[in-house]
Design a protein around this ligand. Structure first.
Ligand code: DP6
Length: 349
């Protein structure tokens, strides 16, 4: 027999960034972060997990290609879910798996991204969240999504925020075992559904410095990071939660842009400095800033992760349409800039 479960998980984009770990193995951050979850129709991972007595080892395929599961991050997720596995009684198909059986059984995992992994868009967030969720269903682990987020976190920090829709906060937590470092919903996906997210793919090349390596170097060398984590982010988190709850776009845009810029300043403050944005990214920032100033009230917020691609959050559909026009005017297709495509991603609805 084979028992299978399929799950689908959207990716998320941080508006208050996670950058820096206080524990590298458990993946515990130096500050809280807040993200918005995208609509799964645009950027998501679909994962099927299967178990059968005929499987002789755990195996995984990513976008059709087999990958090694030997890395600590996969092993941590598998171990944590196995430890919580319960009896499974599938009457319809005559399958009975006892809690003890899970110690001996192996799983096969097939995962697909509906966007090119090479596009430099966060894929680990959706990937680990989906893996943990699917495994939990397969093994009948009865944990709520916050508890599961603490497991997904051990795959990739940002993954913990993909287990909820809407706006999500990752509490850094205080405990050494990481049990209180988990994600909670700030508001659900219906709360602020005017927002439209446009991702401008500036470069489809793989980033030079991975988030994991980059943040390690920042923690080791940047003094600005200490200031950011202790003095700046705690206040911003409170203000951002307020702005989201009140659907206050002006405050939301101000905080989102300021936090993205400070994250990239912290990267520059790293030794040797890390450059994630390029000239096109900078031009997009200028374009957004100029537009917001000329309108008197912000129309768009921008944020950049560990790469040059811009995530643009427009206040509503009209603003998004005007933004697209501007982007096409300043960065026409096949121009000498390397901006080559626009991915439209509505906030999770
Ligand atoms: C810039 O979650 O990819 O996107 O925990 O080492 O896997 P690891 O890093 P990752 O880092 C994401 C960094 C970021 C900001 C964010 O998503 O909060």
């Amino acid at each position: 027999w084979v028992r299978m479960v399929t799950a689908q998980t959207p990716t998320n984009i941080a508006v208050i960034k996670y950058w820096g770990k206080r524990d590298e193995t458990l993946i515990l951050p130096v500050n809280d972060s807040i993200s918005v979850t995208l609509d799964p129709a645009h950027l998501c991972t679909t994962t099927t997990v299967a178990v059968s007595p005929s499987f002789v080892q755990d195996r995984m395929w990513l976008n059709g290609k087999e990958i090694s599961l030997s890395g600590g991050r996969y092993q941590n997720c598998l171990r944590e879910i196995r430890a919580r596995a319960c009896d499974v009684e599938d009457k319809e198909r005559g399958i009975n798996i006892s809690k003890k059986d899970w110690e001996k059984l192996h799983v096969h995992i097939a995962s697909y991204n509906n966007f090119p992994t090479a596009a430099g868009l966060a894929s680990s967030a959706a990937g680990f969240a989906c893996l943990v969720f699917a495994l939990a269903k397969l093994m009948n682990a009865k944990e709520d999504n916050s508890k599961l987020s603490a497991i997904a976190r051990q795959g990739s920090g940002s993954a913990c925020r993909s287990l909820f829709g809407g706006f999500v906060k990752w509490n850094m937590g205080k405990f050494e075992d990481g049990s209180d470092s988990l994600a909670v919903e700030v508001v659900d996906e219906k709360h602020w559904d005017d927002l439209v997210i446009i991702i401008a793919v500036v470069s489809s090349r793989q980033k030079e410095t991975s988030s994991t390596t980059g943040m390690r170097e920042t923690v080791e060398t940047s003094l600005l990071l200490q200031h950011r984590a202790k003095e700046i982010v705690p206040k911003r988190i409170i203000q951002m939660e307020e702005a989201i709850k009140n659907r206050d776009f002006a405050s939301f845009a101000h905080l989102t842009c300021a936090d993205s810029n400070q994250f990239h300043a912290v990267c520059l403050d790293t030794c040797p400095p890390i450059f994630y944005m390029n000239d096109t990214s900078h031009r997009i920032i200028s374009c957004a800033e100029k537009w917001n100033r000329s309108e008197g009230t912000p129309q768009v917020a921008y944020t950049f992760d560990a790469g040059p691609n811009a995530v643009l959050i427009a206040r509503n559909r009209q603003a998004a349409a005007r933004l697209l026009q501007k982007l096409l005017f300043y960065f026409p297709p096949n121009s000498d800039t390397d901006l080559n495509s626009y991915v439209l991603g509505d906030k999770s609805i």
